[in-house]
Design a protein around this ligand. Structure first.
Ligand code: ZN
Length: 398
């Protein structure tokens, strides 16, 4: 691609980002954000209006009495599919360009399920959303997010530590062959951070980190208003920062990673041991005596019911997460830390402990500026984020 068209594409992406983030913007506000290049910005806005990607949604009268048009994203202009694969779920959403969810589909993944079956389920969910009445023929892109390392240029998922046998999966190729739409692949935690940036607490924040705390643990990072990818898009592996060098072996091959203490997988493992050792009659009852069936959600629930063993496990997880986040914040100096993922919705014991440990360990001068917020986007956050990422790239392309 020629340099000029790359710059043009980057400008369109930034304008779309800004308008989505603000909800509504005037041309003046957009131009202020791009103060060096007002004329080119105005031309790009005209182009986006002509194509129907932006729309005039109202007018505002300035103090000087001038009437200014307000621009917003035209959600109906295009829709996309977002598929989020986690260790315990496949979540699919049909999203419009403004981020409104039109349809949703869910499939539960049991640990150990063969890769082929998981892929089939991902495709089935995408096909179901594509054929739904709400989709009509307006689907323009498919976004797929997976945990772990990916090969960005080719849309290959290299490895997902928490999904047995998941190696070198050619997601873009498989989905483009099947659905004949542009396919965009990224890591789930980065997709979660993108959702927060456009739809959640991250609106208007240029430097923030978003913790995705579920069966595994990842971190999405925005720095100076842009996602921080790292070399080969491998940034954000907070789950594999070491919190105890003599700790348990981790799926990555090292010892004592945060994921060995605080992930959904680690919490469930500790709970199973606790049930077998007779430390929690409540957890034993909740799982009908089947220690191997216990989940981190059960432990979180037992903690809200004042089960001492579960509170201890959840607090230990929270202390480790808060410590790792404080270390990350000391390096990145975010103005906001968003806590998200399946575990944070499971009661305040965990989030309160994370906040305490974060404040205790973060450097003075950095901790005061880093506000902590719990995500309000729920389980669909990563799917919504990847759907918008995919659509944005298609619409920015012209
Ligand atoms: Zn590890």
């Amino acid at each position: 691609m020629k340099r000029r068209s790359i710059l043009k594409k980057a400008k369109r992406v930034r304008i779309l980002d800004l308008v989505r983030e603000m909800g509504e913007s005037s041309r003046g506000e957009i131009a202020r954000e791009f103060s060096l290049d007002k004329k080119a910005v105005s031309l790009a806005v005209d182009g986006l209006l002509e194509e129907g990607i932006l729309a005039v949604s109202g007018y505002r009268t300035s103090r000087a009495g001038r009437r200014r048009e307000l621009l917003s994203i035209n959600g109906r202009h295009g829709i996309s599919i977002g598929i989020d694969l986690g260790a315990t779920h496949v979540i699919g959403v049909l999203s419009d360009l403004a981020g409104v969810v039109l349809e949703r589909a869910f499939f539960e993944v049991r640990p150990g399920l063969p890769m082929e079956i998981i892929l089939e389920q991902m495709k089935t969910i995408a096909a179901r959303l594509l054929s739904s009445g709400r989709a009509a023929s307006r689907v323009r892109a498919v976004g797929v997010c997976v945990p772990g390392f990916i090969k960005p240029g080719e849309g290959i998922s290299l490895i997902a530590e928490n999904i047995a046998g998941w190696r070198d999966v050619r997601i873009r190729e498989l989905f483009e062959t099947e659905f004949r739409e542009p396919v965009y692949v990224d890591d789930s935690s980065r997709a979660f951070a993108a959702a927060e940036r456009w739809l959640g607490h991250g609106r208007g924040q240029k430097d923030f980190i978003a913790l995705d705390l579920g069966y595994g643990i990842g971190l999405g990072i925005f720095s100076a208003g842009a996602p921080l990818m790292g070399a080969d898009w491998r940034s954000g592996e907070i789950g594999h920062t070491v919190v105890n060098p003599d700790g348990m072996p981790c799926a990555c091959g090292n010892r004592g990673c945060l994921e060995t203490v605080a992930s959904g997988k680690a919490i469930a493992r500790q709970a199973a041991e606790g049930i077998r050792a007779g430390k929690s009659p409540l957890l034993r009852d909740l799982t009908h005596g089947d220690a191997d069936a216990v989940t981190a959600q059960d432990v979180a629930m037992a903690a809200t019911m004042a089960d001492a063993f579960s509170i201890e496990v959840i607090r230990a997880a929270g202390v480790a997460v808060g410590l790792a986040l404080a270390n990350a914040a000391n390096i990145l100096a975010p103005s906001l830390v968003v806590l998200g993922g399946g575990l944070v919705s499971a009661g305040s014991t965990l989030t309160d402990t994370i906040k305490e440990a974060f404040h205790r360990n973060c450097m003075p001068g950095i901790r005061e500026q880093a506000r902590i917020a719990v995500s309000a986007l729920g389980a669909d956050a990563s799917a919504r984020g990847i759907a918008l990422q995919a659509l944005e790239i298609v619409f920015a392309g012209a």
